[in-house]
Design a protein around this ligand. Sequence first.
Ligand code: HMG
Ligand code: MG
Length: 292
Amino acid sequence: MDTFEIFEVGPRDGLQNETTSIALADKVRFIDYLSAAGFRRIECGSFVNPTLVPQMADSAAVFAAISRRPAISYAALTPNMQGFKAAVAARVDEVAIFASASEGFSQKNINATIEESFERFKPVIEAAKRYGIVVRGYVSCVTDCPYDGCIDPEQAAKVAARLYSMGCYEISLGDTIGKGTPERISRMIATVAKQVPIEKLAGHYHDTDGQALANISASVALGMRVFDASVGGLGGCPFAPGAKGNVATEAAVRHLLAAGFESDLDLEVLDQSADFARKLCGKPNGSPVSLE
Ligand code: HMG
Ligand code: MG
């Protein structure tokens, strides 16, 4: 039977754009819930400029307080060496660097052109190799950019291929503003997959237009098996105005189970963690999630 994996990004992407400060103890409880649900990889925080993303400012304290399980990789975003050093000190299992397929978002998100961002990532990848820490790569705005509009699939492929050739073990393709349609997402993946093997690609779909589940189906049809998601459908990016949350993990899992895939996630704990996450963010139970 065919399987899939959800890379749970709720504690990072899910919470980063919440304007109300969430207590450290609640973030830790949230991640401990997710560990119990059976995820193999959980993105728990970011080592970025805390004045730009205040909700992630306590990431080091989060990593110090979670109850780690040996089979789980606890991940964080590290845009530069300053972030990487902080991540190493926090005993992060894996890090992610994040580039953009569009110049507009690259500039707004990380204050660098695409080319400059690669210069910053190089020493991070080299240092990570020395520490034995694997590096994941994100490409944002793979179909649409809030500043530059529609993005040519070749541009997404170029950035993904560069990250892959630099040493990222997996490339997550971000529909940052949730405007991709199955047809455009398919075209983009088919173009990227000419340069990066499909089994090294993941889909990261925000659900602004309610297309994320259809985009997952389209991706699965092309052979993709890893998807980023946030329990409760939380998420957004401070630099992507109007973007809604990531696809809700509990909806994505049920969608893929209904399509005949297998998962060893504990659905009961998963639903409890989604309820917990929504309460943390003051959202009513079941609100943004379209369960089938
Ligand atoms: P910069 O301004 O170019 O960096 O920022 P700088 O080296 O010139 O430093 C400026 C200040 O930032 C200094 O502080 C540094 O210490 C500080 P000051 O002297 O002014 O007090 N600084 C840092 N502080 C903590 N940790 C660091 C760090 N680096 C510099 N690592 C930088 C460049 C990337 C750091 C900045 O633009 C930034 O933090 N941006 C936030 C990026 C972010 O977190 N975005 C959201 C996540 S990405 C996302 O959501 C998309 C994704 O989900 C996929 C998708 O949906 O598409 C992944
Ligand atoms: Mg995102």
